[in-house]
Design a protein around this ligand. Structure first.
Ligand code: GDP
Ligand code: MG
Length: 176
């Protein structure tokens, strides 16, 4: 039935971020509600799918989970082609991975399509005791017209959708 099909919105989404921050875990939790303790590094990229009903519209997420290591970075622009959204993940217990957010914003600016929507996720919220990146780091500041320590020039042409907390995803999927 064509009517039903036309109301499906396909949202190609790419997950990026440094190595070991939890990109694959976020994708697994969002699409299969699973979590794996044991680390399994992603080779090149993997595909995940999930559909959500949002305000009466069905959104079919086609999620490309990429590998954070440098040797695979040259492949990412291929996945970004035709993407609607990108999710940058960092690990709240790793300052270095938050620095990586700056790198990835620049990467998206240089390689992402126009109008790409960007969400930033601070992952591993359960490890609050080892937190290295303060919650304020990503708050919008009127003064700088940017997000905390994030260079506003990096977000100029893009829309940061939400600074969602994946700890919430851990319990129930949230539509962004
Ligand atoms: P990726 O390299 O960015 O894809 O990272 P992974 O998703 O493979 O996760 C790296 C490691 O961190 C794995 O051992 C996961 O089990 C662990 N991990 C991922 N997310 C969380 C989280 O929210 N909390 C905790 N405590 N560990 C996590
Ligand atoms: Mg991975």
């Amino acid at each position: 039935n064509q009517l039903a099909q036309s109301s499906v919105h396909r949202a190609k989404t790419v997950i990026i971020g440094d190595f070991n921050v939890g990109k694959t875990s976020v994708a697994l939790r969002f699409t299969r509600d699973q979590f794996k303790e044991k680390y399994q590094s992603t080779i090149a990229a993997s595909f995940f799918a999930n559909s959500l009903d949002f305000n009466g519209e069905k959104i079919a997420f086609q999620i490309w989970d990429t590998a954070g290591q440098e040797r695979y970075r040259s492949l990412i622009p291929m996945y970004l082609r035709g993407s609607e959204a990108a999710i940058i993940v960092y690990d709240i217990t790793s300052k270095a991975s938050f620095k990586g957010v700056h790198f990835w914003l620049g990467f998206l600016r240089d390689n992402g399509p126009q109008g790409l929507k960007i969400a930033i996720i601070g992952n591993k919220l359960d490890l609050e005791a080892s937190r290295e990146v303060s919650e304020k780091s990503l708050l919008w500041s009127e003064k700088s017209q940017g997000y905390g320590s994030i260079n506003p020039n990096l977000v100029e042409n893009h829309k940061i959708v939400l600074n969602i907390r994946p700890a919430r995803i851990l319990h129930q999927p949230h539509c962004i």
